[in-house]
Design a protein around this ligand. Structure first.
Ligand code: NAP
Length: 250
């Protein structure tokens, strides 16, 4: 274990954990001692590698294929985790996609696929873990939104709308679940170097980042780990923590 935060004895689900930010979150939580469910939709080998990395560093992880925008897949995922692990302490809603394009030319399908995964997927997973977490009177839900949900971005109306929706969903569910000691928070990354951003024109973005560099998945993962920590983050709920090098200050 490399982390000073211990999640020993806790079970965490990380959606979209085969690559990028989700991968780093899964490894961070696993190294802190949590049992980690590495969810993926299309990259079984990469997901297996993540689980292997956690298991080889004295952690405990397994993979589960589920398209988290699909209600039946989400129900199967949660049922399988409850059968195997007996409980769910932490849910990290990380899975996300982009289908960029100017609004006037945006295909309805591109709008729908982004909203279905990036927003409805968060709703489906949150709803599915609510019952077991309420029963336990304990839980942490951490949603990965984006600074784009705060500031908007030309060419990303679908993504910005979904990520802004995640912030509303975070605050509403935080209010609904607070009496059961379940916290719900969001992490809003800025520009993080992953597959999602590899084809973007990075230069103009870099000049808008006060800290002068792009972020890493590990920097986002560290913030997620903090929000999962007890007691450090147990009095924080309904908040949006930006991990963006100072890109958006309000
Ligand atoms: P990424 O490298 O493209 O990885 C996306 C992950 O989501 C993959 O593990 C992928 O798994 C999974 N995924 C895609 N569709 C899925 C589905 N239907 N069901 C379950 N999993 C699915 O993206 P990333 O950059 O790490 O982004 C992770 C999150 O951070 C997203 O919510 C994104 O919006 C957010 N974010 C990213 C940045 C950034 O700069 N990178 C900034 C702000 C916010 P498979 O390969 O198995 O499909």
């Amino acid at each position: 274990m490399t982390s000073s935060i211990s999640l020993s004895g806790q079970t965490a689900i990380v959606t979209g954990a085969s690559r990028g930010i989700g991968r780093a979150i899964a490894i961070e939580l696993g190294q802190a001692g949590a049992e980690v469910v590495v969810n993926y939709s299309n990259s079984p080998e990469k997901a297996e590698e993540v689980a292997k990395e956690i298991n080889s560093s004295c952690g405990n992880a397994y993979t589960f294929k589920a398209n988290v925008s699909d209600e039946n897949d989400v129900e199967s995922l949660i049922k399988a985790v409850l059968e195997r692990s007996g409980k769910i302490d932490i849910l990290v809603n990380n899975a996300g996609i982009t289908r960029d394009g100017l609004l006037m030319r945006m295909k309805t399908q591109d709008w729908e696929s982004v909203v279905n995964l990036n927003l409805t997927g968060v709703f489906l997973c949150t709803r599915a873990v609510a019952r077991p977490m309420i029963k336990q009177k304990k839980g942490r839900i951490i949603n990965v939104t984006s600074v784009v949900g705060l500031m908007g971005n030309a060419g990303q109306a679908n993504y910005a709308a979904a990520k802004a929706g995640v912030i509303g969903l975070t605050r509403s569910s935080a209010k609904e679940f607070a009496s059961r000691s379940i916290t719900v928070n969001a992490v809003a990354p800025g520009f993080i170097t992953t597959d999602m951003t590899k084809d973007l024109n990075a230069e103009p973005i870099l000049s808008a980042i006060p800290l002068g560099s792009f972020g890493t998945p590990e920097q986002v993962a560290g913030t997620v780990l903090f929000l999962a920590a007890d007691p450090a983050a147990s009095y924080i709920t309904g908040q949006v923590l930006q991990v963006d090098g100072g890109m958006v200050m309000a």
